[in-house]
Design a protein around this ligand. Structure first.
Ligand code: TRH
Length: 377
């Protein structure tokens, strides 16, 4: 008998909420043979990641997942064996009643935001609130033993390695996006929120002796790119050259293609949660634009990750990388920080591979969720 799972996703903003839940849903179907309903309140955001989605359908099948629009006027539905509220979203009250009405209460979990902070190890898997006899549990993704781990599909690293060893596969993928990699140029992808630090970074890359080809998928950072270039209305395919820097605007690609972009680049600037994890699986040096939170609490999360990530680096490389990430996240000092980072490039490349392998030695998040369920029953 297949175990039924309901995953609830409220799109707060951007693509991370749906990015994480869509990835998880597909993996639970493909690798754990679960029956998954994914309830999503905003199909438009979802469509960017999965263009074949019908945004007008109340229910549809995509990649083996039953995708259901989560309407404001909730219609009665039976509760599943396992219920995941992603990022602490509030379930419809009628659905909570349906959970409580089951003969055997479901396993109800809150899938939390990813953080490298130590306290999550102590909280992962603990009971949270109860609704009638239905107990909710905390499930924390994370980087350390004792957390719920990271989303990583089976065979992902092997597929990535094959792709990175095949110049042909990379060439074909990039050509498909209209990218003709300038010979010898360093290829960088840029996915970020608005960032006043960008101008300094672009300045220094334009003035560098080494050529850089910067690929920018359509999105929030484009306004800063336009301002720096001094042009308006950049659209997909636009290509501008300033000194040693070529800037090219890419389409926002479907989610599975985004991996190929990260795997093709020498350096990836990523943001939020899901792209941040995918860049780690790309095993290339990276830069994280963390999602801003009130009272700068995100800066603690940034430092917590940096402490873990830089543990194996030499003091000088660590100082350079920490400087770069802090500069990007505070919007000041990118030029000096980028130059300093260049001096440690080979070490940072090796380190990205080592970090990726270290993280991959832990159970992946989907398997950890399934294991949690098996332990619970
Ligand atoms: O979009 P994000 O900033 O998402 C989030 C949300 O803001 C969320 O509310 C917040 O809680 C979280 O960050 C921390 O960044 P993220 O998480 O990287 O999600 C982006 C998704 O978009 C990811 O699944 C990758 C995907 N993507 C594509 O599919 N194609 C693309 O071309 C690009 C650039 C990204």
């Amino acid at each position: 008998m297949k175990v039924d799972w309901d995953i609830f996703c409220k799109v707060v903003d951007n693509y991370g909420d749906i990015g994480v839940t869509w990835r998880l849903a597909r993996q639970l179907v493909a690798e754990h043979h679960c029956a998954i309903r994914l309830w999503v309140d905003d199909l438009r955001a979802f469509e960017r990641l999965c263009p074949e989605l019908d945004i007008n359908a109340a229910r549809q099948w995509q990649h083996g997942v039953e995708v259901c629009h989560w309407p404001t006027d909730w219609q009665p539905a039976d509760a599943a064996d396992v219920v995941i509220a992603a990022f602490a979203c509030q379930l419809p009250s009628a659905y909570m009643e349906a959970m409580a009405a089951r003969e055997k209460a479901p396993l109800w979990m809150n899938l939390d935001y990813l953080s490298a902070e130590d306290w999550i190890i102590g909280c992962h898997g603990l009971p949270s609130v109860k609704y009638k006899q239905v107990q909710k549990y905390f499930f924390f993704p994370g980087f350390q033993v004792g957390t719920g781990g990271l989303l990583r599909e089976r065979g992902l690293l092997e597929r990535r390695e094959q792709f990175q060893h095949s110049t042909e596969a990379q060439h074909e993928f990039l050509q498909g996006l209209g990218v003709d990699r300038t010979d010898g140029a360093r290829l960088i992808s840029l996915f970020a929120y608005e960032n006043v630090g960008l101008a300094d970074w672009l300045d220094v890359m334009a003035g560098d002796a080494h050529a850089t080809h910067l690929l920018v998928p359509e999105g929030r950072i484009l306004g800063d790119v336009e301002r720096w270039l001094g042009v308006d209305g950049l659209s997909v395919g636009a290509l501008q050259v300033r000194g040693a820097l070529t800037v090219q605007v890419l389409p926002f690609v479907r989610q599975d293609q985004y991996d190929l972009l990260l795997w093709s680049c020498d350096f990836n600037a990523v943001r939020g949660e899901d792209s941040f994890v995918r860049a780690q699986w790309a095993a290339r040096p990276m830069l994280w634009h963390i999602y801003q939170q009130e009272e700068d609490v995100h800066l603690d999360k940034l430092e917590a990750f940096l402490t873990l990530y830089t543990a194996g680096l030499s003091p000088a490389a660590k100082a350079a990388l920490v400087g770069l990430w802090r500069a990007w996240n505070t919007g000041a000092g990118m030029a000096e920080a980028w130059v300093a980072t260049q001096e440690h490039w080979p070490e940072l490349q090796k380190h990205a591979q080592a970090w990726c392998l270290e993280q991959a030695s832990q159970a992946d998040l989907a398997s950890a969720l399934v294991q949690f369920y098996l332990n619970w029953i």
